[in-house]
Design a protein around this ligand. Structure first.
Ligand code: PHB
Length: 359
């Protein structure tokens, strides 16, 4: 069962994730350890109020053995509830909500993406190194933005930076004007942010149109620029630095092969969301292989998934005890239409898993 956003602010992310999942499985003959797969899909619209109901469409109505979803942290809380109540195997291909692999972690829930604070934990030191010591933070006010802020606050203040103001707007609002006016008046050295999907492109364009580009350095978790850099956006995005667990420009044979195959199959370029979906497919394949396709053999299935080493286009990663990726975070800068990799900003970064009983 795929529970993903196919409409709303995160629709392209849902499509990329599904493409990635299917590509990994199709590379292995389209089966799970020799067993046929029946697919079910639900559009969750990134609407948290329908999270439990939508997850139950897959779990209770369609009786899926595996639920893959979703993007939005609020919707994920609904899936987490259903996964914990039903025991269905749940793979999280994006949503970074801390609770899923901290206080509400579960033996049957595995994340193949990141925790919300991971990318921004890698951001603060670079900003201070660049001499940007007074920053404004801006985001959508919901779990993903608030928890990205936690990572930013920890890394930036530890490196000696000062956060002079936190700004926010409700998801999926994109009326940035009043907040950009406030930023202009505050005159920080830098702005750091969490936005994702096509709305991120609007934020970068509005930031430039407000006359802030070139005056105030703009940073973000890498979702800001991910999958968005085209001819129209490029002028507004040049020089923006971000941290993320992937970049299209990562130089490795694994990444090259993945990108070529994805572009050929789907006639579009893969981004971090496609990679996270692909890795969910790889994880499921590894688990299924270990139990010869018998997904009811949960003890052995989960043990195999816990011990998995995922040979990802992002680089190899392993699963933490709380079931979240232990992975490198890359520092990237926009050059042309590329997120050029400048180096590793945080090596083998793990989420704390605080409060998880599996730890
Ligand atoms: C989230 O809601 O957890 C979320 C959504 C989009 C992203 C990252 C995190 O790119």
């Amino acid at each position: 069962g795929l529970m993903l956003p196919y409409s709303g602010a995160f629709a392209p992310l849902g499509v990329a994730i599904e493409n990635g999942v299917r590509m990994a499985i199709n590379e292995q003959g389209g089966k799970l350890a020799g067993r046929e797969i029946e697919w079910f899909k639900v559009d969750d619209e990134s609407d948290p109020s329908k999270g439990i109901e939508n997850a139950n469409k897959l779990v209770q109505r369609d009786k899926v053995d595996v639920l893959i979803g979703t993007v939005h942290s609020g919707v994920q809380m609904g899936i987490q509830r259903v996964a914990r109540d039903s025991g269905v195997l749940s793979l999280i291909p994006n949503a970074g909500v801390h609770a899923a692999t901290r206080s509400l972690c579960a033996p049957n829930v595995f994340r193949t993406s990141f925790s919300n604070s991971q990318p921004t934990l890698a951001l603060g030191q670079t900003m201070v190194n660049k001499g940007h010591k007074r920053a404004v933070w801006i985001t959508w006010k919901y779990a993903a933005g608030d928890e990205a802020f936690e990572g930013f606050k920890e890394s930036y203040t530890k490196a000696g930076g000062t956060i002079i103001k936190e700004l926010g707007l409700p998801f999926p609002n994109v009326e940035f004007q009043a907040l950009l006016t406030e930023i202009a008046a505050l005159k920080p050295d830098a702005v750091a942010c969490f936005f994702a999907g096509p709305s991120g492109a609007k934020f970068m364009k509005d930031f430039a149109a407000a006359g802030l580009k070139g005056k105030i350095a703009l940073y973000g978790s890498g979702f800001l620029t991910e999958g968005l850099l085209d001819d129209e956006l490029a002028p507004s995005a040049q020089g923006i630095m971000t941290t993320l667990h992937y970049s299209a420009s990562l130089a490795s044979k694994r990444n090259d092969a993945f990108r070529l195959a994805y572009a050929k199959t789907y006639k579009m370029q893969p981004d971090v969301f496609a990679v996270q979906g692909y890795d969910a497919g790889l994880l499921l394949l590894q688990g299924a292989a270990a139990v010869n396709g018998d997904l009811s053999n949960k003890k052995a299935l989960y043990a195999a998934m816990e011990g998995a080493v995922i040979d990802s286009p992002r680089g190899k990663w392993t699963m933490s005890k709380a079931h979240n990726p232990v992975q490198d975070m890359y520092l990237r800068v926009v050059q042309g239409k590329e997120n050029k990799v400048l180096g590793v900003a945080a090596k083998a970064l793990s989420d704390s898993g605080a409060g998880c009983k599996l730890v």
